[in-house]
Design a protein around this ligand. Structure first.
Ligand SMILES: Cc1cc2nc3c(=O)[nH]c(=O)nc-3n(C[C@H](O)[C@H](O)[C@H](O)COP(=O)(O)O)c2cc1C
Length: 213
């Protein structure tokens, strides 16, 4: 039988936000191998409804924006109101993925801190299931991947430092890796997959020094 995954939309904007789009994208990779339920925290519901949804799930995807360097107040309330269930079989050993969007900064810290809390609640953190995606990356990748001649002219044709660092940026397609690893953990598999990382340029200077003529 397919595992049951609960997609928790913690966005301040509820179903109209970026988190809803992110969840819709990962749902595409999960749908053929899992039964999916969605909980939108911005919509009125009671802790008893949350508890029922959590109890029925084999694994979780949490999605939130970054709001003043933090997750949403909805998610904070969710965590606070379910505190009495800490380390119970409601959570114990169930895997969770964390998906955070932001304009520019703070999202990775939100991922790391939230993962720490989820692990303390009793959840399992599979490899490469924390994802932080910024509007800065979104538009930079869009620009450099378009075949628009103006942006090609602006970017040097062959720049290994730039290419290496670009490989390191989280992208929307990485949600397939998150989905795969989350499913592996949910079914007790070990066939982990990895996204692209920078193995060449990580120690290189990428800011040009000011020229003194
Ligand atoms: C109140 C508020 C505070 C925000 N604070 C930050 C921030 O600290 N850092 C950042 O990079 N983006 C910040 N943003 C931008 C959001 O993180 C970004 O648009 C995110 O994708 C929102 O997700 P959502 O559409 O699901 O709500 C903020 C947005 C709002 C509405």
């Amino acid at each position: 039988m397919n595992p049951r995954l609960l997609l928790i939309n913690a966005s301040l904007a509820g179903p109209r936000g970026n988190s809803a789009v992110v969840l819709e994208r990962i749902a595409r990779s999960l749908a053929s191998r899992a039964t999916l339920d969605t909980l939108v925290l911005a919509e009125r519901s009671e802790p008893a409804d949350w508890e029922r949804a959590v109890r029925g799930a084999d694994g979780f995807v949490f999605a939130t924006g970054t709001y003043w360097d933090n997750w949403s107040s909805h998610l904070q309330q969710f965590l606070e109101r379910l505190t009495s269930l800490e380390a119970t079989d409601l959570w114990l050993g169930k895997p969770a993925a964390v998906l955070v969007s932001m304009h520019s900064v703070g999202g990775k810290e939100v991922v790391s801190r939230l993962q720490g809390i989820l692990n303390t609640l009793g959840l399992q953190l599979p490899p490469l299931t924390g994802w932080a995606y910024s509007a800065a990356s979104h538009f930079a990748l869009d620009d450099s991947e378009s075949d628009d001649s103006e942006s090609e002219a602006a970017a040097p044709a062959d720049d290994p430092i730039r290419d290496g660092i670009r490989a390191d940026l989280w992208r929307i397609d990485d949600l397939e890796i998150v989905a795969h690893n989350l499913l592996q953990a949910t079914i007790g598999g070990r066939d982990w997959r990895a996204w692209s990382v920078d193995r060449t340029a990580f120690g290189h200077r990428w800011i040009e020094p000011t020229r003194r003529d």
